[in-house]
Design a protein around this ligand. Structure first.
Ligand code: SF4
Length: 469
């Protein structure tokens, strides 16, 4: 997932755009980019953030410091270079977006066969923003082009277009990724993450609906296209990806996590000495668990944040594993001979949990370790965002394959916590992780903790169904 920001300011927008974009640093690991319009031309600057944080890349950049203008867009990108400046038949625009277009290679091939040339290519694939722009270019006008683009893509995309007339803010057709409008006096901003509003003095005005298009100009906010009702926002934003101070559809992420921790505790019956969350997101689940059960929350695993900041996520799995090993330090006096519930947002690959965190707790003398992920077992690679891509990457699928000799043809019994197959899968997982017990959050409890109707949530990675109900 990437994080995007668009701003129209009364005066120069650069400083606000810079900080608002920086507050999306938890959403991307590859590129940070900014484009600014001064009334005559759009200028842009992109830096790799694979080895340094967004702030440090832009702070001393003289080109960026010289950029000026009343309108701008910014992005923290998980994959492609963004924003791009594109010349469409409707005018010149800067574009940035968040999402994943599953059929991008098929669409790109078709467009190339029709005579389109793509300027940005990586590893034999096109830049997703350029693909979106070229599809939009097929329309009779900009809005018709956006509709056409949505009719062609499989996956999801929310994006911003900055041009002469202002900023078009376009939320994904099914709203898998959020876009939120806020104002500060005459200044208008639209973002992925509302945590970026708090310290910049913006007040939330509206959560854009699925497929909604707004045009932000210096004098007005115009609704170009009304939203429809078929919302399917990514539930994993609540579970892990989102920053705790952010809100999606009006629900605060930290509040969701505490509520989710309460649900876990209500179904639990282990007698333990403490509950501990794996930082960062696991901590809120531990608080909720503790409030509900009365089990004290303690911090036996301490994260060495001075050297390993949360906002920097290295792109390679190997480096992430190394960092997981290095940054968590045990407080052995809290662990020795203790029975511990560990809350964790999810088990994706399971490598960090198994090889580093649990080993450390056992080595420090833990008596029992009970693991409680705050979402059901991840069973299906996401088709809508750039995250897990293959079955073999997923812990639950690996366990099934290893114990059944192949991926099961019918996964249904392993999705239902009441079946004997599901219970058998849990025992295999406990053995693999080397834990006293493992209980996953129930799907219905996770949904209830969002406070949103189930049908408005995407839960594909747990259910394999495009519609939750
Ligand atoms: S499949 Fe999972 S990660 Fe992907 S959008 Fe849906 S809930 Fe989010």
């Amino acid at each position: 997932m990437s994080g995007i920001v668009g701003i129209i300011a009364k005066n120069d927008c650069k400083e606000t755009l810079f900080y608002a974009t920086d507050y999306h640093s938890h959403l991307g690991t590859e590129y940070g980019g900014i484009a600014i319009f001064d009334g005559k031309k759009i200028t842009k600057k992109i830096h790799s953030i694979a080895r340094a944080q967004f702030k440090s890349r832009f702070y001393d950049d003289i080109d960026f410091l010289n950029m000026k203008g009343y309108a701008g867009i910014g992005v923290i990108s998980d994959r492609d270079t963004q924003p791009l400046i594109i010349r469409l038949k409707f005018g010149e625009y800067a574009i940035c977006g968040t999402g994943y277009i599953e059929n991008q290679n098929i669409l790109a091939k078709r467009l190339i066969a029709e005579g389109t040339t793509f300027s940005e290519m990586y590893d034999g694939r096109v830049n997703q923003c350029e693909l979106v722009a070229e599809l939009i270019n097929k329309g009779k006008d900009l809005i018709d082009g956006i509709e056409y683009m949505f009719s062609q893509i499989q996956g999801s995309i929310s994006f911003l277009l900055l041009g002469q007339e202002g900023i078009y803010a376009v939320r994904d057709k099914y709203g898998r990724t959020p876009l939120v409008l806020a104002t500060r006096g005459d200044d208008k901003i639209v973002v992925s993450e509302t945590c970026s509003f708090k310290n910049l003095g913006f007040e939330t005005r509206k959560f854009l609906g699925p497929g909604e298009i707004l045009l932000l100009t210096p004098s007005r906010i115009e609704q170009i296209k009304k939203p429809h009702n078929d919302l399917r926002i990514c539930t994993f934003l609540f579970v892990y990806t989102g920053f705790p101070a952010s809100e999606y559809e009006g629900k605060n992420v930290e509040e969701f996590r505490e509520e989710s921790g309460r649900f876990i505790a209500r179904r639990d019956n282990v007698k333990v000495d403490m509950v501990a969350g794996i930082a960062d997101s696991g901590t809120a689940y531990a608080h909720g668990y503790s409030c509900e059960s009365g089990v004290p929350v303690r911090i036996p695993l301490l994260k060495y944040t001075p050297g390993w900041a949360r906002s920097y996520i290295p792109p390679s799995q190997q480096t992430r594993d190394l960092i997981a090993l290095m940054k968590q330090i045990t407080a052995d006096a809290l662990i020795k001979n203790k029975k511990i519930v560990i809350t964790e947002d999810s088990i994706v690959r399971g490598t960090q949990l198994k090889n580093f965190l649990l080993v450390k707790l056992w080595n420090a003398g833990a008596k029992e370790i009970h693991v409680r992920p705050a979402c059901p077992a991840l069973m299906f690679p996401c088709k809508f965002l750039f995250s897990t891509r293959t079955l073999d990457e997923l812990f639950a699928r690996r366990i099934l394959k290893e114990n059944l000799g192949k991926h099961p043809e019918d996964i249904t019994p392993y999705l239902d916590p009441t079946t004997k197959e599901y219970k058998k899968m849990l025992r295999w997982m406990e053995k693999d992780l080397n834990v006293t017990s493992l209980h996953y959050q129930r799907l219905e409890d996770m949904i209830a903790a969002t406070g949103l109707p189930g049908e408005s949530l995407c839960t594909y990675c747990w259910t394999g169904k495009e519609k939750t109900v």
